[in-house]
Design a protein around this ligand. Sequence first.
Ligand code: ADP
Ligand code: TRP
Length: 353
Amino acid sequence: MTGEAKRVLTGIKPTGTLHLGNYFGAIRPAIELAKQHDSFLFLADLHALTIQPDPARLREETYGIAAAWIALGVDPERTIFYRQSDIAEIPTLAWILSCCLPLGYLNRAHSFKDMTTKGSDAGNILHGLYSYPVLMAADILLFAADQVPVGKDQKQHLEIAQEAARKFNHIYGQGEAILKVPEALIDERVMTIPGLDGRKMSKSYGNTLTPFMTPKEVKKALKRLVTDSTEYGQPLPTESDTILTLINLLNPERAQLLATNYQTGRKDPSVNDTSLDEPSVNYFGWGDAKAALNEVLEDHFKEARERYQELMSDTRKLEHLLTLGAERARAVARPILRRVLDLTGLTTQLPSS
Ligand code: ADP
Ligand code: TRP
């Protein structure tokens, strides 16, 4: 990695099963970025705790999400891949930042304000949820990240991280850039992947397809895919069609061929109906389109599914990878925290590597 490569860092909350929206919207872009940058990726399990998940579930989903990202192409050699709670330096820095940020400023955070305007009594909101952006600032500042790829919903959290760096630098660094002010990397062009019902694919809508479904499971899930009532043998509408959209993201050539099937309503558009005893054998309908999607998904994700199953069948390998990742992450974090501790007057002895 060259000295000029920007350091890119992002966190993923280990909650819920990963779906194709996450794959196209977050995982694939992160893998691409890691090819050109110095990249840090972590499982934000401490953040997940702010919704008090069931402990067994949190454990399972932490491994599940780690296995999924690795199976789908994150290379733990290239990317420093770790679990947030393994890095004790993060909550230490979070506390120091807490002591730099005024309450009046944090009160303006959307995540907190939304809750109070939705009727939650501020007194009942968990402190962890309230200080969520401060922990996130520590995640970022501890590694001197240059850029943080996030969804639009995280924009304000990034602003809080920037403010935390500035405040610390002002209070303890006499304005010197001790903590690097990070930049948000929000790709407005990332398309919204549609789900089975045509709305945004999201675990909260229960309209997802996941990369690790078997063809049988995909077939079942696709029964719920909403299509129109075009008569069998008639052209199918290609405009904003979920099946074509998904296929186009995985195999554009196949999507182009398929668009011709849609436009003609025929499996083989070169065959003349009158030459067939039973023209309907050549009709192309929604069932055929769904079968094509199933095939394309299987071609693309079969190997990843096998890798995922292998990683999940023995979590020791995952533990090993995460432990190595945490060691590498700590080696980067420690000198930064050392400097911060020294400036604040804390005489903490950090364990040596
Ligand atoms: P969900 O909506 O299922 O709760 P998350 O909010 O956990 O998904 O999203 C995690 C990441 O995946 C974010 O970076 C988000 O931008 C991306 N993502 C989620 N759903 C989609 C989608 N339908 N299209 C594109 N990107 C998505
Ligand atoms: N809050 C982010 C989310 O909900 C996850 C996250 C935690 C994160 N810490 C981070 C993202 C640091 C980027 C950088 O998606």
